[in-house]
Design a protein around this ligand. Sequence first.
Ligand SMILES: Nc1ncnc2c1ncn2[C@@H]1O[C@H](COP(=O)(O)OP(=O)(O)O)[C@@H](O)[C@H]1O
Ligand SMILES: [Mg+2]
Length: 318
Amino acid sequence: MYEAFYGLRERPFELTPNPRFLLMTPRHREALTTLEYGLAGRTGIALLIGEAGTGKTTIVHAALQSQSAQQSRAVYLNNPSLTRTEFTEFLAAGFGLSADAAKSKTTCLAELTEMLAARHAAGMMAALIIDEAQCLSDMLLEEVRLLTNIESAAEKLLSIILAGQPELAVRLNHPSLRQLKQRIGLRCALSPLTLEETSAYIAARVQIAGGDARTLFTAEAIDTVHQRAGGIPRTISVICDNALVTGFALDTRPVDQQVVLEVCDDFEFAAGPGESSPDRAPGEEEPALLPTHTGPAESQIGVSAADCRPGAHTGLTT
Ligand SMILES: Nc1ncnc2c1ncn2[C@@H]1O[C@H](COP(=O)(O)OP(=O)(O)O)[C@@H](O)[C@H]1O
Ligand SMILES: [Mg+2]
């Protein structure tokens, strides 16, 4: 839509967790290395914690594209709001087990153990990656713990990666889950971007899309994007995409702070503490926030990451 106006080949702020756009902050790099190590090694459970929109799924996808994942049979579950029976069916389908295994947990575990031992003997790994793991019921967390018991005399046979929001870490501190917590061998966390990283994030995405961020956004516009997004990559992308749409509609290039403020007000991305607006006199009151915008990117706002809806999409990667 606006690509030609800004000299872009493609839209820089698509919300898919596409590793092609990945900006390696030190935390993202550490998380990727940790997950790759988890996929390659036999370390029990690897845990990745981060607020919604900080890049967990993107890092998981990047790890799945890595060398170590290519040599591993990796099964990816991205919405674990399943019953125990559905979980068994999922494991059987993901690891290519028999129809009987899909119907019986005992058969499933027996076949899985046999399959993993055979892979281990051939020097190959297998991994189960559960995204949105804060949605796992206590019952399924216990099933996950039981899976970590599949081991040879010397080694774990199945790598497990849990990626989830901070409430998962809180739940793991509960005494009833201490046995599971003890099985976590690797742990890393993603946090919001700093202002410099937000700038770099915008610049990198625009560059990958064929453009130059300096001709797209003023420095003040970027400061405001950072403040209103609280450094959360998904929100930064939502604001930037909508600001580009608005700038295009207004024939304004580069996008300035005023455009960003309008978009943020439409989306009700509130001002952070200490943010000053150039159009407001000191002491002047904040304007009332407008109702939620129904513009082009609204359906993409990342609220879904926070819900744990049963029956939502379940993905398989092998
Ligand atoms: N380091 C990063 N580099 C580039 N894009 C990122 C980065 N971190 C997050 N994003 C983008 O932010 C959005 C949300 O990321 P996602 O991985 O879905 O977050 P989460 O799974 O933590 O909710 C996606 O569009 C993703 O591409
Ligand atoms: Mg995610």
